[in-house]
Design a protein around this ligand. Structure first.
Ligand SMILES: C[S@@+](CC[C@H](N)C(=O)[O-])C[C@H]1O[C@@H](n2cnc3c(N)ncnc32)[C@H](O)[C@@H]1O
Length: 215
């Protein structure tokens, strides 16, 4: 049997002790990430039954499963380069958010309609160099924001995973000019030692161009 490294043993120990990992296993959820979205939804009332939702960074499918259970006659578009566990009603797009082919596939799924909600749990591949990883995470945040300007309806919402560090405060400040309410939230299911936070922006103001295109 392959020998475990110290860090993989520590990871296993932490997983075994983690309340939300055990709860996800007990309840047949794809991952503990499910509880982060559940808690954000309970607090911010993000997901309406008939909503059109774009989910960026959807694999392995914890949030997708939650969204599928919550939506009824809505539309869910899930994007990730990795395989996503999803039901037949979900439009799964394999690729990187922001790529032309992915944008085209989203256009096709929406058929000219606008989104009610953009969600992003995208996380960069970790290089271990903090400044590099933070810059990549901020690029992903920009990608999610671009998706809002392209497809989000006026007064729609955005919720994204972000990481505390260089550039985040400034990014959130800019976001406040684009949405009527912006909150930085740390759900209980997010590990306390992680720099991960969720930025929830409601009441999309958009630009005049966005409005003319989407109303
Ligand atoms: C933390 S995981 C998402 C977990 C997921 N929300 C769940 O509940 O199962 C982060 C995901 O972001 C994806 N990702 C990273 N960059 C991306 C990009 N540019 N476009 C789409 N997905 C991306 C990764 O492939 C990875 O699957």
């Amino acid at each position: 049997m392959a020998k475990r490294t110290k860090s993989s043993s520590r990871w296993l120990q932490r997983q075994n002790k983690d309340y939300f990992v055990r709860a996800a296993q007990d309840q047949g959820q794809v991952s503990r990430a499910h509880f982060k979205l559940l808690q954000l939804d309970q607090r911010f009332k993000l997901i309406k039954r008939q909503a059109r939702v774009l989910e960026l960074g959807a694999a392995p499918g914890g949030w997708t499963q939650y969204l599928q259970d919550r939506l009824n006659k809505g539309l869910l578009i899930a994007v990730d380069p990795l395989p996503i566990t999803a039901g037949v009603d979900t439009v799964v797009i394999e690729g990187l958010a922001g790529e032309a082919a992915v944008d085209e596939a989203i256009d096709e799924a929406l058929q000219g309609a606008a989104l009610d909600l953009v969600l992003s749990d995208m996380a960069p591949n970790i290089s271990g160099v903090r400044a590099v990883d933070q810059a990549r995470a901020m690029d992903l945040a920009d990608t999610a924001l671009l998706a809002c300007h392209r497809w989000l309806k006026p007064r729609g919402a955005l919720a994204i995973k972000a990481f505390q560090g260089e550039g985040l405060d400034e990014w959130v400040k800019d976001l406040r000019a684009q949405f009527s309410k912006v909150t930085v939230s740390k759900p209980k299911a997010s590990r306390p030692e992680s720099r991960e936070v969720f930025v929830v922006a409601q009441g999309f103001l958009g630009s005049q161009d966005d409005h003319e295109r989407l109303v």
